[in-house]
Ligand binder design. Structure first.
Ligand SMILES: NC(=O)C1=CN([C@@H]2O[C@H](COP(=O)(O)OP(=O)(O)OC[C@H]3O[C@@H](n4cnc5c(N)ncnc54)[C@H](O)[C@@H]3O)[C@@H](O)[C@H]2O)C=CC1
Ligand SMILES: CC(=O)C(=O)O
Length: 352
């Protein structure tokens, strides 16, 4: 597989072409320090991997973007197609290979490789197939980038984030799953649509499993800084519990609907993962609902379990979990979600 994209600056006869176009200027001082070189590797160049890649490129998040996949021709085709957009994009070196050596020194590795759901299939059904793949993906990533941060997207994302954490041997701050960052965006869209406001002004979290047992934190929703439920209660405005339940149900069923219509989901997860990459690599210290090691929070027991909680992200990965207020009912649903994930996990053989 052809690897690099960057043309050599040496032309025929060893002529330095750079010098043919630009005359050097004399510098009395060394060049000023430039920003740190940032390298992102995406494993899996399918629908999701490519949506993430294109969002990362348009948002200028990396100096070097690497794609890895198991199918060489498709991989090279995707690489070339992205390279051909160079004239319209911020400058990014794009490489692709089936050989994990190409990922060496990555700051962030985003794993999207694996089987995806067929229409009507649950995310948990994919587990066994994707655990086998992860055994061949995570160890080489760790070998070539021992200081990287692992962002897992493949489904079922919470259990596979746990699998990646176990296989990597990394501290838990350097392994996270995209979790309910996407569900929360869907939630904010649906609430914004319902109230006819801008989704960016809606603060609202879905936590727990990225899947059927996810938990909507109604008690913490605010629009433009106004806490929604307590505002309605104070104004004695009746709200329909059923409407709220239907919005959450719509969030849970969103993915299935898109998958039954177009075969897969891609654009929203592309933006979601790029949004997380920005917070991590630019040390934004923003709060995102992502899948993190959750033992001990909100009465979740001792078993190692990854699920989504609002967490602060920065250059060293997960910096902390916010102390968001949960009602007793929400906390109980979160523990039920943790137990649902743990039950699946207990049947796993990681082979380590
Ligand atoms: N967490 C989330 O919010 C979301 C997760 N997903 C999940 O993302 C995953 C990918 O979905 P799609 O991109 O639609 O699937 P896809 O089938 O289009 O792409 C998967 C890619 O993985 C590659 N692959 C398979 N084995 C590999 C290996 N050993 N090494 C490297 N690459 C390998 C395949 O060749 C393929 O290109 C699925 O598990 C899906 O369920 C999808 C959408 C949202
Ligand atoms: C496929 C999937 O997990 C999603 O779009 O939420």
């Amino acid at each position: 597989m052809n690897k690099s994209t960057s043309a050599s600056s040496l032309g025929p006869g060893g002529l330095d072409l750079t010098q043919a176009f630009f005359r050097p200027i004399s510098c009395s001082s060394p060049p000023s320090p430039t920003k740190r070189h940032t390298k992102i590797s995406i494993i899996g160049a399918g629908n999701v991997g490519m949506a993430i890649a294109q969002t990362i490129l348009t948002q200028d998040l990396a100096d070097e973007l690497v794609l890895v996949d198991a199918i060489p021709n498709k991989l090279r085709g995707e690489m070339l197609d992205l390279q051909h957009a160079a004239a319209f994009l911020p400058r990014t070196k794009i490489l692709a290979s089936v050989d994990y050596a190409v990922t060496v020194g990555s700051d962030l590795c985003i794993v999207t490789a694996g089987a995806r759901q067929n229409p009507g299939e649950s995310r948990l059904n994919l587990l066994q197939r994707n655990v086998v793949l992860f055994r061949s993906i995570i160890p080489p990533l760790v070998h070539f980038s021992p200081d990287t941060i692992l962002l897992i997207v493949s489904n079922p994302v919470d259990v596979l984030t746990y699998v990646a954490w176990k296989l990597s041997g990394f501290p838990s701050n350097r392994v996270l799953g995209s979790g309910t960052n996407l569900d929360s965006s869907r939630f904010r869209f649906l609430i914004a649509d319902h109230l006819d406001v801008n989704a960016q002004d809606v603060q609202a979290y879905i936590v727990g499993e990225h899947g059927d047992s996810s938990v909507a934190l109604w008690s913490s929703i605010s629009v433009g800084g106004v806490p929604v439920l307590s505002f309605l209660e104070k104004q004695q405005i009746a709200y329909e519990k059923e409407t709220l339940a239907n919005i959450h149900k719509a969030v849970v069923n969103c993915a299935d609907e898109v998958i039954s219509l177009k075969g897969y989901t891609s654009w929203a997860i592309g933006y979601s993962a790029a949004n997380l990459a920005r917070s991590i690599l630019r040390d934004q210290r923003k709060v995102h609902p992502v899948s993190v090691l959750a033992n001990g929070f909100y009465g979740i027991g001792d078993g190692d379990v990854f699920l989504s909680l609002p967490a602060q992200l920065g250059r060293s990965g997960v910096l902390g979990v916010t102390n968001v207020h949960l009602t007793d009912e929400e906390a109980q649903k979160l523990r039920d979600s943790a137990n649902a994930i743990l039950e699946v996990q207990s049947q796993l053989d990681l082979g380590i």
